[in-house]
Design a protein around this ligand. Sequence first.
Ligand SMILES: [Zn+2]
Length: 254
Amino acid sequence: MHRIAPTPSGYLHVGNAANFAANALLAEGGSLLLRIDDLDRQRFRREYLEDVFDVLHWLGIEWTHGPKDAEDFERHWSQDHRMPMYKTALDQLLTCAPTQIFACPCSRKELAEGEHVHGCLRGHIAFDRAGVAWRVDTRGTALHQTMAWFAVRKKDGRPSYQLACTVDDFHYGITECARGEDLRDSTAAQAMLSDLLGYPPLRERIRFVHHPLMCVNGQKLSKSQGAAAVRDSGLTPAAFFSEARAWLRAADDA
Ligand SMILES: [Zn+2]
């Protein structure tokens, strides 16, 4: 099973469209899930959700699993429907990895200063206390440099992106995934979570292709071009597929 997993927290940009093309190419002749990651309901807007379907139709991408439209998404496929599954996974983490998960009320500023001043790492904070995040003790791993203490549950009690993505990829039996190279650390965090949850090793289950940022005619798009809405970019669907093909060829050669 392959997946396209956009987040409806803004209009899609050209980088998203090329990533969709890459995953559609990987899935050719097989199963493709449209998984819209709407954990962040604060930034969610209906028009962003509609935009996902519009862009997929414009690119000519057909998916075999997932919502057929915005209505179907809200009714059956929103991540809100999978909250019980995420809750089970969080409980499982406390059972299976009690020494590696800790509750933490630290502010962003306190974390930036590097010390858990509330005794979080010594287990001084109860997991059921209001307003605490649940974090992973990353000491001793390479992730500690880039994603120290990444969260599995946010302070509002909702699962983090890393937790939900790891659980969803396992739940849906994802086998291959193209994602931007900016998500390499996320892949490493999810591999760690997968182990803590007792799932089979992530990298044995899923082949990740980390691709560069979108280039057109060999030129990297500037940040403003990169953020241009897909259909205002002046690019054709074929241009996105040609970029995606180049990424996949480079990944095969690597
Ligand atoms: Zn802390």
